[in-house]
Ligand binder design. Structure first.
Ligand code: IPD
Ligand code: CA
Ligand code: CA
Length: 286
């Protein structure tokens, strides 16, 4: 065996999947925070609303390198390694979704906020085993809040077990959505849903980070979230946070969550049917 073979086979053992996910998210998040108001290159991807900076790319490289140091044989799907646009994202997921171990990473979820200095963005890291998410971590570096879930073991923030809200009706709910970059299908669908839902709830927020919105559903700060045209890296970690906190995640037509879901409804469970019905009635379920 040559020295370079030995190096390429070297892996740091004994750290759990969750510990590695937490370590990656915390490290990347701290670095992203130091770059706030301090990035140097801004470019457009799929549309005039789809931004990317060197910080998105740097964060992804840092996370990928750390994961591969521990688990060199695991597959990796990160937003910045995929061509922009919905078709390319779907194809990239298809290629790896059934891998034994797959890490799914959004290195900065909420890039527009990051660029404008609006302090609501996150790092999202999920690990799936043969297509099923088993670890999910979402880190908000501005509030130093780390949301973490392990399949079957619950979800936690600041060391406390999370529980979804108990709001039993849309009329008592604060919910959230986002405004997708795809102007052809996802954005018009979301706007129709918005029109229908605003009068039925206490209010609607649009914080600008889908992963954090999911974490907020998990922690009971929101009772529901829906958005069209998201990607696996926006949703995978958050979906496990929500279900491990007692909530429900489906697509906008009510089919159970899987890695391919792009149009999502995530709730505390109690308002799920009401929300699906409201979207369907408004012809805003896709
Ligand atoms: C975006 C954010 C935003 C959502 C967009 C996403 P990005 O992710 O999650 O909240 O509305 O649809 O694309 O581009 O900042 O990683
Ligand atoms: Ca994202
Ligand atoms: Ca991103």
């Amino acid at each position: 065996m040559t020295v370079s073979d030995q190096q390429s086979n070297f892996a740091v053992g004994s750290k759990s999947f969750t510990a590695v996910a937490i370590n990656c998210a915390a490290k990347a998040g701290e670095w992203i925070k130091t770059k706030l108001g301090n990035y140097t290159s801004l470019s457009l991807k799929y549309s005039a609303q789809d931004l990317v900076t060197e910080v998105d790319k740097g964060s992804e490289t840092m996370i990928r390198n750390l994961i591969h140091t521990h688990f060199p044989d695991h597959s990796f799907l990160g937003e910045e390694g995929v061509e922009p646009g919905p078709e390319a994202s779907e194809k990239a997921l298809q290629r790896v979704r059934d891998a034994e171990y797959l890490w799914i990473v959004d290195p900065v979820d909420g890039t527009t906020n990051f660029v404008h200095g609006f302090p609501f963005f996150s790092v999202s890291i999920a690990l799936s085993y043969k297509g099923e998410v088993i670890v999910g971590v979402v880190y908000d570096p501005m509030r130093d809040e780390l949301f973490v879930a392990e399949k079957g073991k619950g979800a936690y923030v600041r060391g406390r077990r999370m529980e979804v809200s108990s709001d039993a009706a849309l009329s008592k709910s604060l919910i959230a959505t986002g405004f997708p970059a795809d102007p052809h299908y996802a954005l018009p669908m979301n706007m129709k849903g918005l029109q229908a839902l605003v009068p039925q709830v206490r209010n609607v927020r649009s914080g600008g980070s889908a992963a954090l919105h999911m974490a907020y559903v998990a922690s009971g700060r929101l009772s529901g979230f829906w958005e069209f045209g998201l990607n696996s890296w926006d949703l995978a970690a958050g979906a496990l946070l929500v279900t491990e906190s007692g909530g429900k995640v489906t697509d906008t037509k009510g089919a159970p969550y899987d890695l391919g879901v792009r149009n999502v409804v995530a709730t505390n469970g109690h308002i799920h049917e009401e929300m699906l019905t409201a979207l369907a009635k408004a012809d805003a379920a896709g």
